[in-house]
Design a protein around this ligand. Structure first.
Ligand code: ASP
Length: 367
């Protein structure tokens, strides 16, 4: 019995192997054709992709090829970035605008507004297919989410960075940039909001977060996963974000020169409420709490009495903050499942429209 079963399995295996080899040969055939198709499309008119550079590790130099942290030995210019990657010429006509060349910890409101306005002006041109932004990974998710709320075009916008500097062995920057331009040039990428592409993975700016201090596989969307992948043969999408973004966003920064101050306070055991009083005094218009603490109660009320809007986020990194009757009664807004740094971005923009708690909660429910 055992023997006959085994021989049956062997026969199956042999048949499967024959089928697999036939399949492989046909794949090779299809592969040749798709290669020919790629060759034809490179000869044809290429799409224009606008590249906005801001700096970050992708443009950073280290002393040695093994310098994988503390790489403070200058930065490459946008020209060097492009010269280093001649393969981009087969994908698109890349037009570069240098916004800055800094680490992402130094990104300011002024820079965010300049970036959003430049992208909006460029994407309004009919000849431009999409935009790519180079950025440090540290605060990349904040800029990506800001653009998701303020770019008013359905054309793809892709934010890209690298975990290893330009000078490192096995650096990830060039292929990330190549894949970002491929994604921005892909018609299927339109209407998906702002995307973050690193490590062959496409994430929505709304859900992505940096998850590891130095691994190249650092960007994740904890509960919801990626939108798609940049595979060797094509860019594949499996999902669409359903929240409001880009063309359905109500935020318009075209005439805005600055944004209200919003800060973040982190909750922990026996947390001091001193930061809440200090921020209120320093002129904060909103405070986002990454978790709360019982000791905050008095400071909450004092801040609210000064007109400070309180938004409740959470430090766990996944899951919605649900709206309790008690919280709503005290005028506290919940951040849905936005982490504190993204809730801060949304609150700053929301405060340009309203300070009515019901309207603010609607905004947090919709974006
Ligand atoms: N320090 C870098 C920054 O600009 C880190 C990075 O790009 O990964 O955020």
């Amino acid at each position: 019995m055992t023997f006959s079963l085994t021989s049956l399995s062997l026969a199956h295996v042999a048949r499967a192997a024959r089928a697999l080899s036939l399949f492989r040969r046909s794949l090779l055939f299809v592969g040749c054709w798709s290669f020919a198709a790629v060759a034809v499309s490179t000869a044809a008119e290429l799409p224009t992709v606008a590249l906005f550079t801001t700096g970050g590790t992708i443009q950073s130099k280290g002393k040695h090829r093994l310098t994988l942290s503390e790489y403070n030995d200058g930065r490459v210019t946008p020209d060097e970035l492009l010269t280093d990657l001649p393969e981009l010429k087969t994908l698109a006509k890349v037009e570069v605008t240098e916004i800055s060349n800094i680490g992402s910890g130094g990104v300011t409101t002024e820079l965010l507004l300049k970036l959003a306005k430049s992208i909006n002006a460029t994407l309004a041109r009919p000849d431009v297919a999409g935009a790519v932004v180079t950025h440090g990974t540290g605060t990349l998710e904040e800029t990506a989410y800001f653009l998701q709320l303020t770019v008013n075009s359905a054309k793809p916008v892709v934010v890209v960075g690298a975990m290893r500097p330009f000078t490192a062995i096995s650096r990830d920057g060039p292929y990330n940039l190549y894949n970002a331009v491929r994604t921005a040039a892909t018609p299927d990428a339109a209407g998906k909001g702002v995307m973050v592409v690193l490590n062959d993975t496409i994430h929505s700016a709304r859900f992505v977060t940096k998850n590891h201090t130095y691994h190249v596989e650092t960007f994740v969307a904890r509960e919801l996963g990626p939108l798609g992948f940049v595979d060797s043969d094509r860019v594949v999408f499996y999902r669409n974000p359903l929240v409001r973004h880009t063309v359905t966003s109500e935020f318009d920064v075209s005439k805005i020169e600055t944004l209200p101050q919003v800060d973040i306070v982190y909750g922990y055991q026996e947390a001091s409420s001193a930061p809440i009083f200090a921020l209120t005094k320093a002129g904060a218009k909103g405070i986002v709490f990454a978790d709360s603490s019982p000791s905050y109660a008095r400071a909450f009320s004092a801040a609210q009495a000064e007109g400070v809007v309180i938004v409740q986020s959470d430090r766990k990194g996944a899951g919605r903050v649900t709206l309790s009757e008690r919280g709503a009664g005290r005028g506290i807004i919940t951040a849905d499942n936005l982490n504190a740094q993204k809730a801060r971005i949304l609150l700053r923009l929301a405060l340009t429209k309203t300070s009515d708690p019901r309207q603010l909660q609607r905004i947090f429910n919709e974006y």
